[in-house]
Design a protein. Sequence first.
Length: 566
Amino acid sequence: MLFTLAEAAHTTTENNNSSLIPLGSWLSPKGENTSWPSSSGHFAFGFYPQGSGFAVGIWLVSPSENTTTVVWTANRDAPAVSSKSMLNLTKQGLLLQKGKGDSANNIDSGDSESVYMASMLDSGNFVLYDEDSSVVWQSFDYPTDTILGGQNLINGDDLISSKSKSDHSRGCFYLIMQDDGNLVAYPLYNRFSVLDAYWASNSWNLAYQPRQLSLNIHGFLCLDGSEDNSGDRLCLYDINKNRKKSHNNTTSIYRATLDIDGNLRLYEHQFHFEQGNNTTTTTTSSHLEMLWQAMNDTCQVKWFCGLNSYCTSNMSGDAVCKCYPGFIPSKTKSVPIDCVQTHSKDDCESSEDRTLLYNFTHFENMHWGGVPYSVIPMMMKMEACEKDCRQDCGCGGAIYTNSNCHKYRLPLIYGRFQNDSSSTWSVALLKTPSTISIISPPTSNDTNKPKPKVVIDKKKNLIMILSLTLGVVSLICLVIAVSIFFTYTRQVNSWVYQCFASGQLNKLVTHDEKDVDWKILERMVKVGLWCVQDHQSLRPTMKNVILMLEGLKDIPVPPSPARLLE
């Protein structure tokens, strides 16, 4: 979340006592009292812009960039408040009044009637104290998407990513310090299944059981076995092993954030100071650096891409989401964006010859998430896997690997390319109706990275397409002619039906009856009678018309159009 420094807290050189906030203090989204700064001016608590309104939170100020970074938000899923809101520090805690006449609500969970004062600390922790200077409530106990130096994520605590850089309500990803000592990341709405986890510290099997994820003020990000950080520890990032030479008069602030893309990253904010003529200290520049990230490949994050889409890299190496052939982005504004089929339901259950109705696009080293509904454990060729999926009405695609066929239903989830060259070779077989044009997915120009490869038997497909095209055109012309003929005869009292019902199809023939194939004529008459029904729901689809005319689908006895008109 970025906004101008003028809207944030002003840098101050007062001592630590100046950050104490007495009862009766208040803030408003506009005016001079918008925030309470820490004594150093690096952090501030108060109102910040979000969407068309304002939210209450804590942010880190970067003076030279004239920007701020939100590190905590109160009631993050609540709607933004208006410019007429007011935040008051009372004995009951922090009370937010959204407008004149509205009732005030607590944004903290402190004990009622016990708050005596508050303070915005230089650590980024906002604290409420009682009269004995004991902590009643602190923001460090309720992290949102970030922990700061000196803050811990204890067993059972979690971080939830923000929806976007400008919207700090809950996003799509969830990181929890589990009771078994394992730090694990999940998609937020699939966090109860081990199969949906996309990253873990794998610290559950250590000789000791980690109790917390801690980030200290010196930049160590570690899993500790004791609350005071004095026991066994496994460091995800050891700054001593990675420390660079720092300049004099430089102060660093560290934060670990579960970013909007689901990746956990450690950042360092460096602030450089110079001594002024009047012996005051002035911040002159700041610098942001990413020190560590849990995953180098963002495509490993499950749910980074939505339903029926896959994750790949663009020319700059950034992760992007693409729809599979035969799918387009959904019109809904969901995040991540889902993809939907471009064709309607194909009535697969009633098709007797399914092998002519589908094409397959092959993706090398594609991975799908979820559990396949069927695995055929036999030494079979890829062509046999494709044939099995083609003939299976419920199969939306299959993964062929280790000579086994893993079949999946739609929607497909967690699609991504396996960039690890050491992984087992596999091919994803994506099933699409034969009327869908197959377009190879875009690939990166980076020759050092594996690229998605589409394997298509062009000759076989060309023959099939030409055959189907010619057959469909011929049959459509025939059906149109039959439909016109029977529409006309229907106007002279739906007569054809009477001939059909009475078994007198010979009345429809004007030339030598010896040259007539009566079975074909009966089939054409029955199809024609179905096609001229007044009720649209009774008319067969063009695909079923073709199958019925070719004798590949049974033709039920059509109802009398005259009876339906009555």
